[in-house]
Ligand binder design. Structure first.
Ligand code: AMP
Ligand code: TRP
Length: 325
């Protein structure tokens, strides 16, 4: 039997090159070898305030991004988390076997609770439990994520094992699946922090919807390191990050990029990099714009009924094990 993979992205903020290189690009490759499920996790998105109309729009946009990037609905199951109420139901049950200190340790919670001190809601705290429910409902073997999500996958593993030992074999214990390159694309304005949709400045990221002019401007402005040479080294984090982006989009090795820029300077390198990014994003955007909302809705509807069936069967077992009448 093929191994099942499960992953998801929140419909909040803009999708950027870090999301594509760190997540979606790998999913497209993985869908060939595995049995893949890709979810738009709207219930996770509302752990920080969202405007209802925007949330609806973003949910559609994320699904459309999956499709435009090459996730094939014939091979992959694509659906919206809130369309399958079993996610919330399982999350509730898992909450009852999750220890508060386990959630207090989560780096993402600690970071977000600093940023949203005014609105520290229980959803933000229980976020990893909902993520565990997403994964465990479908017996996923592998969870392809960026480095920042490893701690959350670890909680999912703990909860699967704990449930199994309390109530008997029920869940597959999932493994994280990290792809080394692109694991962490850094901010263009600050190579010490990851490229992020919540960054203060738009010069931190390249949005998947940026125009060619904007992309060229952003790459031109990207910070560089001292020195002149194109070198791939930890003490040159800015240039290293740009080389990573170049290599991933060009399907080359960083070493090959470095060799082809031997004796050349930052300006020339950046100019070419901008064209590589434009060369990727232009056709991507064309595809994106060709996909009609109606078509996305149809695919999500189909995904919903398949996912509901799988989740429904699993939840019946869970309810029985727990002793719900
Ligand atoms: P998020 O934007 O936090 O919802 O993340 C969606 C997916 O993109 C997750 O798998 C993240 O690990 C991945 N991701 C987000 N930002 C980056 C980044 N700067 N570099 C690599 N992967 C990222
Ligand atoms: N928490 C993940 C993120 O912010 C998104 C997510 C939700 C997810 N549920 C998931 C990822 C299940 C993998 C599997 O990126």
């Amino acid at each position: 039997m093929q191994k099942r993979i499960f992953s998801g992205i929140q419909p909040s903020g803009v999708l950027h090159l870090g999301n594509y290189l760190g997540a979606i690009k790998n999913w497209v490759a993985l869908q060939e070898k595995y049995d893949p499920i890709f979810c738009v996790v709207d219930l996770h998105a509302i752990t920080v305030p969202q405007k209802p109309e925007e949330l609806r729009q973003k949910t559609l946009e994320v699904a459309k991004t999956y499709l435009a990037a090459g996730i094939d609905p014939e091979k992959s199951l694509i659906f919206v988390q809130s369309h399958v109420p079993e996610h919330a139901e399982l999350a509730w049950i898992l909450n009852t076997i999750t220890k508060i200190p386990e959630l207090e340790r989560m780096t993402q919670f600690k970071d977000k609770s600093k940023a949203f001190r005014q609105n520290l809601n229980a959803g933000l705290f229980n976020y990893p439990v909902l993520m565990a429910a997403d994964i465990l409902l479908y017996d996923a073997n592998l969870v392809p994520v960026g480095e920042d999500q490893l701690q959350h996958v670890e909680i999912a593993r703990t909860l699967a094992r704990r449930f199994n030992s309390l109530f008997g074999e029920t869940f597959v214990v999932p493994e994280p699946f990290v792809v080394k390159e692109g694991m962490r694309i850094m901010g263009l304005d600050d190579p010490k922090k990851k490229m992020s949709k919540s960054a203060a400045s738009e010069y931190n990221y390249i949005s998947l919807t940026d125009t060619p002019e904007k992309i060229r401007e952003k790459i031109k402005k990207a910070v560089t390191d001292s020195g002149k040479e194109i070198r791939y080294s930890a003490d040159k984090p800015a240039i290293k990050n740009l080389i990573n982006i170049y290599a991933l989009l060009d399907n080359a090795k960083p070493k090959e990029i470095v060799e082809s820029y031997h004796g050349k300077g930052y300006a020339e390198f950046k100019k070419d990099l901008a064209e590589v990014v434009v060369g990727f994003l232009e056709p991507f955007q064309e595809k994106y714009n060709e996909i009609e909302d109606r078509e996305v809705l149809r695919i999500l509807e189909e995904g919903k009924s398949k996912a509901k069936k799988m989740a429904g069967e699993k939840m019946e077992k869970v309810r029985e094990k727990v002793g719900l009448l």
